[in-house]
Design a protein around this ligand. Structure first.
Ligand code: IPM
Ligand code: MN
Length: 351
């Protein structure tokens, strides 16, 4: 029997609550599909930082490298200055584990939950491949004349040929394998960011020659946000840089029904990946058993696919979708018609 080692980082706020439901589902599906998961839980997050000053030590990163995958709840604590935990845990894990892809599927399960009129599940079903290790997130820049009226703040988008190419290659492979229309759209801003997206665009069309079966398309990022609302059915797979990917995937989460459903994977195709609901720690709902655990359950489905348990992954997604379409009154916290734990139980029962 296959035995996987998973690191669990429940994190802050509602993170532990949604991860608990995910783990319930994991237990049921592993039994059903005949594999084992050994889990080790880590308490990195706001509480530990406030108590010990420790964020995510290098030794922990080394330990994380020994797992088959990482399952993360949420990072962010109301008593910790914004940026410390996000940079120190989430971004550090992404960078140090070289999870250079951030994969974010945008799927509408039920048109009742779509804020756009007349859009159906077949209209909103695409994936964003976000570069996850470079760009503005590299943190390059400086202040000049800080604190004076002549102050200048520079924030540099750092794009390497190798970093761009590996992301594009992943996106082309992904489109070839999973794309419903076999169409990859580069989302950029070639009309203004004439260095960064010049490199992206040149690399894109160069690599496209290796994928004659994949159609290519280009959209500026501002137009992309317009199309998300107006004609989301146009998209199949979108590839973009780190910052634009961050922004458009929040919009994507909204058109699929909200953060309650939005899952993402931080992927190192040759190493250890990390899966998370992308909604954050939701302090005001913490401990109330009202948060929607579906995003965490969908993140689990992505995790299962990545470690090679395809059938289990599909079963979890189908069960999640069934519960969303046949049971839930809303996807928002406190309005689902069920509590957090009840939603987890419903998914287990549906499995
Ligand atoms: C996300 C989040 C993070 C990001 C923050 C918390 C650093 O918004 O995963 O999209 O900007 O990548
Ligand atoms: Mn974000």
């Amino acid at each position: 029997m296959k035995n996987y080692k998973l690191a669990i980082i429940p994190g802050d706020g509602t993170g532990p609550e949604v991860i608990n439901e995910g783990l319930k589902v994991l237990e049921a599906i592993s039994e059903q599909c005949g594999f084992k998961c050994e889990t080790v839980s880590y308490d990195f997050g706001g509480e530990r930082y406030l108590k010990t000053g420790e964020i995510l030590p290098d030794s922990a990163v080394e330990e994380l490298k020994t797992f088959d995958s990482i399952y993360l709840g949420a990072i962010g604590h109301p008593d910790v200055k914004p940026g410390i935990l996000e940079k120190g845990i989430l971004l550090k894990a992404r960078f140090d584990l070289d999870q250079y892809i951030n994969l974010r599927p945008i799927k509408l399960y039920d048109e009742r939950f779509c804020p756009i009129k007349n859009k159906k599940p077949e209209d909103i079903n695409f994936t964003v491949v976000r570069e996850n290790s470079e760009g503005l997130y590299k943190g390059l820049g400086e202040f000049q004349n800080k604190g004076t009226k002549d102050e200048i703040a520079l924030q540099v988008s750092h794009n390497t040929r190798a970093g761009v190419e590996r992301c594009l290659r992943y996106a082309f492979e992904y489109t070839r394998k999973y794309g419903k229309k076999k169409m990859l759209t580069l989302c950029g801003k070639t009309n203004v960011l004439t260095f960064a997206f010049d490199l992206w665009e040149r690399s894109f069309y160069e690599i496209a020659k290796e994928y004659p079966d994949v159609k290519t398309d280009y959209a500026h990022v501002d137009a992309t946000t317009m199309w998300f609302i107006k004609n989301p059915e146009w998209f199949d797979v979108i590839v973009t840089d780190n910052m634009f990917g961050d922004i458009i995937t929040d919009l994507g989460a909204m058109i699929q029904g909200g953060m309650g459903l939005a899952a993402g994977g931080n992927i190192n195709p040759n190493g250890v990946s990390m899966f998370e609901p992308i909604g954050g720690s939701a302090p005001k709902y913490t401990g109330k058993n009202v948060i929607n655990p579906m995003a965490a359950i969908c993140a689990l489905s992505m995790l299962l696919k990545e470690i090679g348990e395809k059938e289990a992954s599909e079963k979890v997604e189908t069960a999640a979708k069934t519960v969303v379409t046949t049971k839930l009154k809303s996807l928002a916290a406190g309005k689902m018609g069920y509590s957090t734990t009840e939603v987890g139980d419903l998914v287990v029962k549906t499995l």
